[in-house]
Design a protein around this ligand. Structure first.
Ligand code: AMP
Ligand code: ZN
Length: 464
């Protein structure tokens, strides 16, 4: 009997058995994507890796998945309270490039990082700036339903219109209002948020659009509600993001959607808990931060970071240290070496009992640490080598380490070197000794030695 998939839903604050809303169609999944004013830091990738694990587990359970991710390329302000500058315009000033250029640059950097981390790409990667019309239509609808009001700097959502506003975060609204120390300006309630912001009257923004309310740009929350609804419908299966999205961004996505179509947008709300650095919050805005490129510069394999993330459950915070990354590097290297030492046996299948056990682990709210432990148990156990290999290859659909594709660094001879060695062998056959010697010297200069044997030759990289 198959084990049901159970996931933690933050809306219900409990574990719930997952069943797709549409039994015939794909599972509809929306994950909040990067704000592209700078590189993403490794904390952001912890969340993207949690979402990737979720997607792999859905696929493991035989579901098809329709995955939409947004690119926030406008409207995310430096403060969650709808004050401060647009992060894109600030990033443009920092780099001396246009907001459009940096959006393109950091979107590409994100796509590249996701690829080296073996993150399965979304079916739709949608830019907020490509969906301004949908966002304006959304706000216009909210206005017609009486949920909005105008201040001197924008159109705001009136959260007092919803009795259960903030339910996802279990916000204590009366407490918030009574204890509010922050200046809410012209906002009626501390929790009200911007749907449309006006361009400042005295300057031109790089990113701005005409709207029924005047020239300006959309608020950050409206983009996700509008794009999710456009691609996945009024009520879809799962919505994800990092834990910081619970009290503001996701709370407001739900508020808008409830006001417009009466649903809470998604059946399951799931959140990845933070990666900390030195036990404190990791922030891009703090200037110096850790990115995947910085790990590579220090000689780390990005997949060691993936391994590190899988050693912690997604619902607990994880502290990043170089020692932990070293340990993950060792773990991954050992797993790769152990896998490659196993014989390839086409007649050997994966062990059914172990597949059932790993299913039980990952279907228990994505328990990757226990699934990893089971992989080690399998490698150390006494099953035939071919069976172990076939079983681990299946587990790797969940882990995403690319075990089968991996090659030890010194085993593979680059194609250019192999071609030189072949040409040398041909020259010898033709008794063209001068050419053969020249090719040997060229190989030597490239760091390879060639050894002639009775039945051919071997090329070896010289130890450095
Ligand atoms: P952003 O680029 O700021 O929009 O964030 C992209 C994703 O990373 C969002 O889902 C955030 O919730 C998530 N995130 C931000 N900081 C961290 C962190 N330190 N650890 C894990 N996830 C994070
Ligand atoms: Zn979002």
């Amino acid at each position: 009997m198959s084990v049901p998939l159970v996931l933690y839903d933050n809306y219900a604050r409990s574990l719930r058995e997952f069943a797709p809303l549409d039994a015939a169609g794909p599972v509809r999944l929306y994950t909040c994507g990067p704000t592209v004013y700078d590189y993403q830091h490794i904390g952001n990738y912890r969340t993207f890796l949690f979402e990737d694990l979720l997607k792999r587990v859905l696929l493991w359970n035989g579901y098809r998945v329709r995955h939409v991710m947004n690119i926030t390329d406008v409207g995310h302000l430096t403060s969650d309270a709808d004050t401060g500058e647009d992060k894109m315009e600030k990033g443009a000033r920092r780099t001396g490039r246009s907001a459009w250029d940096i959006a393109a640059l950091y979107t590409q950097a994100f796509v590249d990082d996701a690829r080296v981390l073996n993150i399965l790409p979304p079916d739709i990667l949608s830019r907020a700036t490509d969906h301004i019309a949908e966002q304006i239509a959304f706000v216009a609808d909210l206005e017609q339903r009486g949920y909005t009001y105008r201040t001197s700097d924008g159109i705001y959502f009136d959260t007092s219109r919803q009795a259960d506003y903030g339910y996802l975060a279990r916000l204590d609204r009366s407490g918030l209002e009574a204890g509010k120390r922050v200046d809410v300006g012209e906002k009626r309630n501390a929790t009200d948020f911007a749907l449309w912001k006006f361009s400042p009257p005295d300057s031109t923004r790089q990113m701005e659009w005409e709207s029924p309310w005047g020239k300006g740009f959309p608020g950050w929350h409206i983009e996700c509600s509008a794009m999710a609804q456009r691609y996945l419908g009024d009520y879809f299966d799962i919505h994800c993001g990092g834990e910081d999205h619970i009290p503001v961004h996701h709370t407001n996505e739900i508020a808008q959607t409830q006001a417009r179509v009466g649903t809470r947008l998604a059946n399951f709300w799931m959140h990845g808990y933070f990666l900390l650095a030195n036990d404190t919050k990791m922030a891009k805005s703090a200037g110096e931060f850790l990115r995947i490129g910085a790990l590579v510069d220090r000689g780390y394999d990005p997949l060691a970071f993936r391994y590190l993330c899988l050693t912690g459950h997604y619902r607990t915070q994880l502290n990043f240290t170089w020692e932990a990354l070293d340990a993950a590097t060792t773990g991954l290297a050992r797993m790769r070496a152990a896998f490659h030492a196993l014989p390839m046996d086409a007649s050997a299948g994966a062990n059914a009992g172990l597949l059932a056990r790993v299913t039980a682990q990952v279907n228990d709210d994505l328990n990757a640490p226990r699934a990893l432990a089971l992989a080690w148990e399998t490698l150390r156990g006494d099953l035939p080598g071919g069976v172990k290999r076939a079983t681990l290859a299946r587990f790797d659909d969940l882990f995403g380490f690319g075990l089968a594709a991996w090659q030890p660094a010194d085993a593979a001879v680059p194609a250019r070197i192999a071609a030189l060695a072949d040409a040398r062998a041909d020259a010898r056959k033709a008794r063209n000794w001068a050419e053969a010697d020249r090719l040997r010297a060229e190989l030597h200069a490239a760091g390879y030695d060639v050894e002639d044997k009775a039945d051919g030759y071997a090329v070896k990289r010289r130890p450095s």
